[in-house]
Write a new protein. Structure first.
Length: 336
């Protein structure tokens, strides 16, 4: 019996000055050297940890940058960990001035188009944002994906909340007008940071996407609510394809550790994947430095987990981390 492949992928699309959109978490537009530097560095803790806990998976890094133009430390890591770099153009870019932030997000659909021609029907693909680290094996996630066709992270169910320019009510209206039918249950929002699909489902998404995108463009031209980012489309297409679930919620959590908003619970360190948006310039930077010294290896799982908890503030932000973060912020201001 053929063994089904498990793919784990992340990506970085380097925006030019003409197409750059705003990255709220970094306070910069996508063409800034700070954005490029941060996103290059966070690849190190991402791939080091995911590879350690999932050694039999196939690892892919998608980018519009040629491999030889990447920082040398990334080239060294990709060679050491056997990470395949796939240089892929951004063909599904939205029109100019589509939305004020994250206009690179539709790169996901170029990745899915590529993977649709590469994967067998019962292979599985996890596409994960690079500001994540892995702390446990993901065998169960891939088992669920093979069985159910997808594992999605249900993140927002509040019908009135604005989600990057549209509410869930607005998304439901979009669905009804696009497909001329009511959704089976009210639309919910699936976070784009963690998406797992089976190969045959990816092919079905690729077949459906052009019609949904065409209708989305018509909405934009008529100045009525449109789907502004990639997760909006995933949420809509999951309903149409009957693959809605919240299976990924067992495996990942979007963990906010900022002074303005902290949603951390005592048991959050038990999640296999920690999504750490606020820690891009802090905890993930410290883990980057740590794994550079360790030459991209988790030598002791206990030591790694201990350091990851301290560096990222999961589940408790210690006083010494607050001081370290403060000094890091001051240094970054001076460097600017």
């Amino acid at each position: 019996m053929k063994n089904n492949r498990h793919y784990i992928a992340t990506w970085f699309y380097k925006e030019s000055k003409d197409e750059a959109s705003f990255y709220p978490q970094l306070g910069r537009k996508g063409d800034s050297s700070l954005v490029h530097s941060v996103y290059m560095q966070i690849q190190v803790p991402f791939f080091t940890t995911f590879k350690h806990f999932n050694p039999s998976s196939v690892f892919l890094f998608f980018t519009n940058i040629h491999k030889e133009e990447l920082p040398q430390y990334l080239q060294d890591m990709f060679k050491a960990l056997n990470i395949e770099v796939i240089t892929l153009p951004y063909n599904k870019r939205p029109p100019r001035n589509w939305h004020n932030a994250w206009q690179n997000q539709f790169y996901l659909y170029d990745i899915l188009e590529y993977m649709g021609s590469r994967m067998d029907d019962y292979d599985s693909l996890l596409i994960c944002d690079a500001d994540c680290i892995c702390s446990k094996p993901l065998d169960g996630l891939f088992d669920i994906t093979e069985k159910c066709g997808s594992a999605l992270y249900e993140f927002i169910t509040d019908r009135t909340a604005q989600i990057n320019g549209i509410t869930l009510e607005g998304m439901s209206t979009f669905y009804e007008k696009c497909f001329q039918e009511q959704p089976s249950t009210p639309i919910t929002y699936y976070g784009g940071e963690f998406i797992a699909f089976r190969g045959d489902i990816i092919k079905r998404i690729n077949d459906l996407y052009p019609d949904v995108w065409k209708f989305n463009l018509e909405c934009s031209e008529r100045n009525i609510p449109k789907l502004n980012e990639e997760a909006h489309l995933i949420s809509i297409m999951a309903e149409k394809l009957k693959i809605r679930n919240s299976h990924a919620n067992t495996y990942v959590k979007r963990m906010w550790t900022s002074p303005q908003f902290n949603n951390i619970n005592p048991n959050d360190a038990e999640y296999p994947v920690w999504h750490l948006p606020y820690e891009k310039k802090r905890g993930l930077k410290y883990l980057f430095n740590f794994f550079m010294k360790e030459q991209f290896v988790v030598r002791s799982e206990n030591d790694f987990i201990k350091k990851a908890k301290y560096f990222t503030g999961i589940p408790v932000i210690t006083f010494s981390k607050k001081i370290l973060d403060h000094l890091t912020t001051l240094f970054q201001k001076i460097v600017r």
